[in-house]
Design a protein around this ligand. Structure first.
Ligand SMILES: [Ca+2]
Ligand SMILES: [Ca+2]
Ligand SMILES: [Ca+2]
Ligand SMILES: [Ca+2]
Length: 910
């Protein structure tokens, strides 16, 4: 069938571009060349067919339980010497580059740039490795001047009379592709001696990778003891292994069985569940009639069974009116709802909604504890004020930081300098910054004012604490002045680089603060030494002393312990809560307590308001230093109202599920992608369409977060019916600003050294092992509309059923924008990957800027755009563009405008 033939080239291309073996890190203590010994005669030789394309020069000699022996054969005529001239201060210098077919190059700064061959081995799960050079044959040639990889900041190493690299073979970081352990080996068949000006060219290199049993890896059963029927692998991965591995037959032999999740999945609830979403912390109320309005049959609810769950834990609630065992329309559910916060930031970058799950009729639910406040004047301490925290933050702008969280000595090549392999790998990516969203940016010279409101500021001599979180945006020195309310200059903020700076003024007299509106002014004057100086404001935080006056009939408060002279604290307190407009005041402890036994009185000092005396024993603060809210007092009409919606049940955790192809999409596109799922079923794949909301519900308690998708895929991989799913298709677009822009299916962000936070769908499928080898094959159709989705589905099916095979299958369009760098990047991409050996590469380069004909009318297609469109129309299996662009254009030379395709592309349906 045509379709079967089309899958393989597609997969191959994916792997070809994804797995840059040259970027794999060297393990600690790389193996040095061992003395030549004769081959181990006891080893049973296994025959295999050679991997087809990637490892043309390497072949398997033998593979046993003791080790694998491979040999690299490079005919002497295959070594090529290319000369290039570089201009130096003393004139032209001729440099030589040595290469052989399919080689990659060493990239270590300050060392000769020499060709290497990387190969991938299937290896057992429970062994360590030792390399031994079994045999080597080389010839020596003179080489005048070999190209060096530039060293950072002009550092040059003294040239020594020895051949380098020292070792002819190196073990690289191993990883897992599903249950198959993969070991990359780098062979270095060219060594250079800069003093003698000689190279050694190894045309034959036999290397043994010896397996050393370890007991530390925690593998329970020897894989060979498990029948291979229990280790099924998908046909697609078997095809990949055949192409990728030098010893694919061992992959099956050494494959582990999938470790299933230890606990049985919980059956989906048979009872209706409602999602209760909150965005602010506070006391919430849901009346029975509100629940009925959201669709619930309240007559069937036994109120004592009402149950509220957040992040898997029950939240104690108070159900007013449950005593009669009837859930009457005015009965109400009361709970303390907490705002959603980020994993490492005050604001969650993905969602503001925290989700609580309301269910009933399956056993009694957890209830708040009712405590009776003390009456009379028992031994209590009077409190007139308390310490509270106000946090002010706005996530207005997203920023990337190139250098954050780099490990000691971790370096990278400047982004944009080329396609050189950078000296980091996906396995070693630094952590993302805790927060990438900022309130405002100040580009020197700049001065901006930020307002914040403080409520109930007490008149006291006790000091407040003010914190201001700033961040450098330019990699320069920063020096700014911060003023509070035009009254006081806070300490001068001085720091360097793209780093956080937190100003903390702990002894701030509260007299500098104002009840109500306050103004923080930040001045970034810049310095004459720096061309540019940019800083960012993240947040402002104030710990201040507050009185017990309610604002708009709500008073969140804490009891701040006041030790006496001996250091002892009386846990029993008395406070007078004031400034309520009605007497129906209720008091709750946020730990799940409600207080009764008190009644409000008219406040004679402030006519028209009510006050209430509250005597109790203090709730122990979670953290002495965190002035968190412990109680909330409010009147009956001041409860917050959550968003209520009925849940649609799903069964993604059911282990009866099984799929080869999973489409993850938004409800909006569910019907549009179904024909593609049906098509995959017809092809013999088990295909499943999943609503991303079901993933949040089952894998993140209903809270939107991209990691839920990764958790789901990991779960399906381990627990669904084998073989584990192979393909993942995401349908739907997303955006950096996920809250204010389109987000159908989110992406994961990773920290790329030299660039910063970057989108990476690939991270969804790297759940097996601590490596970047993909454990499923993922792609995305970034549909914005249903029409987008339908066109995509239609064309995909069309392509696979009726697309004519032809020369276009072997054609690659390689496009570069109007800049010398882009031109040479494409050149290098082609030459480095030897694309010409396998493909017909058509290069279309935009003219340099100074050659641009600016007179061409906007409505007319430029000559270069004509070439691009012709390229599309002639057909190609892959189109690669490097250059500037935007939402509607490729390159400033108008290589392709947004409108061009509509009028001119004739081959688009293919
Ligand atoms: Ca009732
Ligand atoms: Ca922020
Ligand atoms: Ca659901
Ligand atoms: Ca992996």
């Amino acid at each position: 069938r045509t379709t079967a033939r089309l899958w393989l080239p597609t997969l191959f291309i994916i792997f070809f571009f994804c797995l840059d073996f040259g970027a794999l890190p060297v393990r600690n203590g790389s193996a040095a060349a061992a003395p030549i010994t004769s081959r181990d005669q006891r080893s049973r030789t296994t025959t295999t067919r050679r991997s087809t394309v990637l490892q043309r020069n390497v072949e398997l000699v033998s593979a046993t339980a003791q080790g694998v022996t491979i040999q690299l054969l490079i005919p002497e005529s295959d070594f090529r010497f290319n000369s290039s001239n570089t201009e130096t201060e003393t004139g032209k210098v001729e440099n030589q580059t040595i290469s052989f077919s399919n080689c990659r190059f060493t990239t270590e700064p300050g060392t000769p740039r020499l060709p290497v061959q990387t190969t991938l081995l299937a290896v057992p799960a429970d062994v360590d490795f030792q390399l031994r050079i079994v045999e080597k044959r080389f010839s020596t040639r003179s080489a005048e001047r070999i190209v060096y990889t530039p060293a950072p900041r002009g550092a040059t190493q003294p040239q020594k009379d020895r051949f380098s690299p020292d070792s002819l073979a190196e073990i690289r970081e191993d990883g897992w592709m599903r249950e198959n352990r993969i070991l990359p080996i780098q062979l270095n068949p060219v060594q250079y001696n800069p003093v003698r000006r000689e190279v050694r060219l190894y045309h034959r290199l036999v290397v043994e990778v010896r397996f050393i049993k370890t007991l530390t890896r925690g593998v329970k059963a020897s894989p060979s003891a498990i029948p291979s029927g229990l280790r099924p692998e998908s046909a697609a991965y078997n095809a990949i292994f055949n192409n990728l591995l030098i010893n694919p037959q061992n992959a099956e032999q050494w494959r582990l069985p999938i470790a299933r999740a230890p606990s049985a999945p919980s059956a989906p609830s048979m009872h209706p569940q409602y999602k209760i979403s909150v965005t602010e912390s506070g006391m919430y109320s849901i009346t029975a009639s509100e629940l009925a309005a959201a669709g619930a049959d309240i007559t069937a609810i036994m109120p004592r069974t009402l149950k509220l769950i957040n992040r898997g834990n029950q939240v104690p609630i108070f159900v007013r009116g449950e005593g009669d065992d009837k859930f009457d329309p005015t009965d109400e559910i009361i709970f303390y709802g907490e705002r959603q916060h980020g994993e490492n930031s005050y604001i969650d970058p993905f969602t503001d909604e925290n989700v609580y799950w309301l269910s009933w009729n399956s056993g009694p639910g957890s209830r708040m504890v009712t405590k009776t406040a003390f009456t009379g004047t028992s031994d209590t301490q009077d409190h007139k004020l308390f310490l509270t925290r106000a946090h002010f933050e706005k996530d207005n702008t997203f920023r990337r930081f190139r250098d954050v969280n780099l490990a000691e000595g971790q370096t990278y090549e400047e982004f944009g300098a080329g396609l050189q392999t950078r000296s980091f790998t996906l396995t070693e990516l630094p952590a993302l910054p805790d927060d990438s969203w900022f309130w405002a940016q100040l580009t020197a010279p700049a001065s901006k004012s930020f307002n914040f409101m403080l409520v109930g500021l007490a008149n006291t001599a006790r000091p407040a604490t003010l914190r201001v979180s700033l961040h450098g945006r330019s990699n320069t020195g920063h020096d700014c002045d911060i003023w509070l309310n035009d009254k006081i200059r806070l300490e001068e903020a001085r720091w360097t680089g793209e780093t956080k700076y937190q100003l903390q003024n702990q002894e701030l007299s509260q007299s500098f603060l104002q009840d109500g509106r306050n103004v923080l002014q930040i001045m970034n004057p810049g310095s004459p030494e720096e061309l540019i100086d940019i800083i960012l404001l993240n947040w402002i935080q104030v710990d201040y002393w507050r009185n017990f006056d309610a604002k708009s009939d709500v008073l969140p408060f804490a009891i701040t312990p006041f030790p006496d002279e001996t250091g002892a604290v009386n846990p029993n307190f008395e406070v007078i809560l004031k400034n309520f407009s009605t007497p129906d005041i209720e008091i709750y402890g946020i730990d799940g307590t409600r207080y009764d036994g008190m009644s409000a009185l008219v406040d004679e000092d402030a006519p028209g308001t009510y006050r209430i005396i509250f005597r109790s024993t203090q709730i122990r603060p979670k953290d002495e230093k965190d002035p968190a809210v412990q109680y909330i007092a409010l009147t009956r009409n001041q409860f917050r109202k959550p968003k209520i919606s009925v849940d649609t049940p799903s069964d993604l955790r059911g282990t009866h599920n099984g799929a080869d192809h999973i489409t993850i999409t938004h409800a909006k596109f569910i019907n549009d992608v179904q024909p593609l799922a049906d098509f995959r079923n017809q092809q013999g794949m088990r295909s499943k369409v999943v609503d991303v909301q079901d993933i949040y519900d089952e894998f993140n308690h209903g809270i939107l977060n991209p990691n839920a998708i990764r958790e789901f895929l990991k779960y399906a991989y381990s627990n669904w019916q084998p073989p584990a799913p192979t393909y993942v298709l995401l349908v739907g677009d997303t955006h950096i600003d996920i809250k204010n822009n389109i987000n159908f299916v989110p992406t994961i962000r990773v920290q790329i050294p030299g660039y910063g936070s970057s989108a990476s769908d690939h991270q969804f499928v790297t759940f097996r092992g601590e490596d970047s080898f993909p454990d499923m094959l993922i792609g995305r159709m970034p549909a914005n509309t249903r029409v987008d989705a339908r066109i995509f589905v239609e064309r995909t099916i069309n392509h696979e059923t009726s697309s004519p095979a032809g020369p276009w299958h072997k054609r690659l369009l390689m496009l570069a924008g109007s800049d010398n760098t882009f031109h040479s990047q494409i050149d290098r991409l082609i030459s480095r990957n030897q694309l010409r050996n396998r493909y017909e590469t058509e290069r279309i380069y935009a003219p340099y800027k100074d050659e641009l004909d600016l007179s061409i009318d906007e409505s007319v297609i430029t000559p270069i755009a004509r070439q691009v469109i012709d390229g599309f129309n002639n057909g190609a299996s892959l189109i690669n563009y490097i250059g500037h662009g935007g939402g509607g254009i490729w390159s400033d030379s108008r290589m392709l405008d947004f409108e061009d395709p509509e009028q001119n592309l004739t081959y688009i349906s293919q």
